[in-house]
Design a protein around this ligand. Structure first.
Ligand code: HEC
Length: 251
């Protein structure tokens, strides 16, 4: 009996730890892998702002270009900054040892990050940087405390002058019904070039792209799924009439 109890406790334990990990307050987003323009914008943001430090070493440029509907030569010209060729893996030149000295932790490969952390976490994290003079790069993050990564999109978002309340219930003006504050940053110590809505959209596209990267075949299965359903619907028509024909004389 005791053995069974112990086994049960160990079997159930991981669910609790998982639950506590996931219950941190996050803002939510629903990825849309059918939205090609969004994925293309996300790829551009990732290449311009992230690939200096983060690789996506399980992906090939060529596959990404094809999946996202970007002509190979246009991709090579605009979205590959190293001397890599279109058929190569999306690696970077930064040596992990050196990076650890600069940032405390090396920037991890982000190929699978969309699945590892999930879209809500990523969407929240990229909107959760705020000014903190005690940190080496002058910023901290409300979702990833004491993160070693600088706020690389500060010129777009600006630098928030207080810790934002990610995942907070929106405060609504009871008279007009307008949202007064949704917990994300309202005031900045350094202004960025984008409005709050524009920045949120940029991060939506970026995370959409990262979710696609973590599971490129999902895009294919989703589109095949539609054809399979259509096929079944069409097949139903002759099956229906055939069935009617067979039973005609029985009744
Ligand atoms: C200047 C280098 C640098 C750039 C540019 C950069 N990062 Fe980072 N990033 C880091 C470092 C270093 C870490 C590790 C931080 C730590 O563990 O404390 C990190 C961590 C992360 C993590 C958390 C990984 C995890 O699960 O622990 C995510 C997500 C991330 N970066 C996304 C991005 C995105 C998206 C961009 C582009 C918009 C970007 N990074 C640009 C240096 C960088």
């Amino acid at each position: 009996m005791k053995k069974i109890l112990v086994t049960l406790v160990f079997a159930i334990l991981p669910t609790f730890t998982l639950a506590s990990g996931g219950s941190a307050h996050l803002d939510t987003m629903s990825p849309d892998l059918a939205d090609q323009p969004s994925l293309q914008r996300g790829a551009a943001t990732f290449t311009n702002y992230c690939m200096g430090c983060h690789s996506m070493k399980y992906a090939r440029y060529e596959r990404v270009a094809t999946d996202l509907g970007i002509p190979l030569d246009a991709y090579e010209e605009n979205l590959i900054f190293s001397d890599a060729k279109i058929g190569e893996l999306m690696t970077i030149a930064m040596a992990p040892g050196q990076a650890k000295n600069w940032f405390g932790n090396p920037p991890p490969d982000l190929s699978l990050e969309g699945r590892l952390r999930g879209p809500d976490w990523l969407y929240s994290y990229m909107r959760a940087f705020y000014a903190d003079p005690s940190r080496p790069y002058g910023v901290n993050n409300a979702v990833f405390k004491d993160v070693g990564m600088p706020h690389v999109l500060a010129d777009l978002q600006g630098v928030c002058d207080h810790k934002p309340e990610i995942g907070a219930e929106p405060k609504v003006d009871s008279l007009s019904g307008r949202i007064i504050s949704d917990g994300t940053c309202e005031s900045f110590s350094t202004e960025g070039s984008m409005t709050k809505a524009e920045y949120d959209e940029t991060i939506y596209d970026l995370v959409n792209f990262m979710v696609y990267m973590a599971e490129p075949s999902r895009m294919e299965s989703e589109s095949i799924g539609k054809w399979v359903l259509l096929f079944l619907i069409i097949l139903f028509i002759p099956a229906y009439f055939l069935n009617k024909e067979y039973w005609k004389d029985v009744h």
